[in-house]
Design a protein around this ligand. Structure first.
Ligand SMILES: [Zn+2]
Length: 320
């Protein structure tokens, strides 16, 4: 791990999207109403989806939905299935997904609240194909698989959804390994500390929040897999948190996340990384990391080197 971390040594904030040019998502603020409950099991039907032990309700707001409700339901179900397949179950017992018809584009930004509600904006030009390739729903659902933290640690929540969304989709064959690494080699560098940046707990720019957080979780996944020869990974961390009730419905301290997460893997990977990247501006030599993992980028194309020392780790990230 140390070989990728070089120490170097600021302040700001954001709530947006890991896509560089995406619109700004407003921070949702709503009082939590009475427990929506794991349901007195409503039967499945249009707008009521059962996946991975959860009941998900689909509601509509704004303009007429851009596609038939069956198609919108299939999108929600497919996304939930991918998340549940990764985690072993859906992270919360119930969820309400509100699809807001607004604007002319496709799937827009989304928000998540409290492991209970997701809102996603869908423009009139949302297509079935756009829904098939969508990442926003998976990103928002993954927020339900991690506890809420104090605002200064939001990089940890956004970073987790940013990192895991393509992983979850690749494992479900909803995207390719090449596409996952194409995105990461294009954007992960935004997470590195700029001149004057401090640790992730202190410098809250867009890049550090989304991609700095994603880089933290990538490093955690790689280090866990390297240390344990792929027997432990980030998935075990998140499953460990969920076993202790650490889903999107509760607020935890980062200390608890780290203790429970490390206990789940029998390592100190999270503690060590947190000290280097959150409390200090630990940088990562991404070129060296990609070389060791066997990832080469040329003219926007990705090539894999299976002879690289950590090729087995890279392959396992989107498989095991
Ligand atoms: Zn997010």
């Amino acid at each position: 791990m140390t070989r990728w971390l070089l120490l170097s040594a600021a302040l700001a904030t954001a709530c947006q999207s890991p896509t560089e040019d995406a619109s700004v998502a407003p921070a949702a603020v709503t009082e939590a109403p009475e427990d929506a409950g794991p349901t007195d099991v409503e039967p499945e039907g249009l707008g009521r989806i059962h996946v991975g032990g959860a009941v998900i309700r689909v509601e509509y707001d704004g303009n007429e939905p851009p596609l038939p409700a069956e198609v919108m339901d299939a999108w929600v179900r497919r996304s939930a299935r991918m998340v549940a397949d990764y985690l072993g179950e859906f992270p919360v017992p119930s969820l309400e997904v509100t699809l807001v018809g607004r604007g002319w584009g496709g799937v827009g930004f989304g928000t998540h609240q409290d492991g209970r509600w997701i809102t996603i904006y869908c423009g009139r030009h949302t297509t079935e194909r756009g829904l098939e390739n969508d990442w926003v729903m998976v990103h928002e659902m993954l927020h339900a698989a991690f506890p809420d933290l104090e605002r200064r640690h939001r990089w940890m929540q956004e970073g987790l959804s940013t990192y895991l969304e393509p992983v979850v989709r690749a494992r479900a064959s909803n995207t390719t390994d090449e596409e996952v690494w194409r995105r990461w080699t294009r954007s992960m560098h935004h997470g590195r500390p700029a001149d004057g940046d401090e640790g992730l707990d202190i410098t809250h720019t867009w890049g550090r929040t989304y991609w700095g957080g994603a880089l933290f979780w990538l490093m955690a996944d790689v280090e866990l897999r390297t240390q344990t020869n792929n027997r432990r990974s980030l998935r075990h961390v998140i499953q460990g948190l969920l076993r202790e009730g650490g889903n999107g419905r509760v607020t935890w301290s980062t200390r608890r996340v780290i203790e429970v997460g490390d206990a789940a893997t029998g390592t100190t990977v999270l503690r060590d990384l947190y000290a280097r990247m959150a409390e200090a501006p630990g940088d990562v030599d991404l070129d060296q990391l990609y070389t060791e993992l066997g990832v080469q980028r040329s003219d926007g194309q990705i090539f894999f080197d299976d002879q690289a020392p950590l090729a087995h780790v890279r392959r396992a990230i989107t498989r095991e």
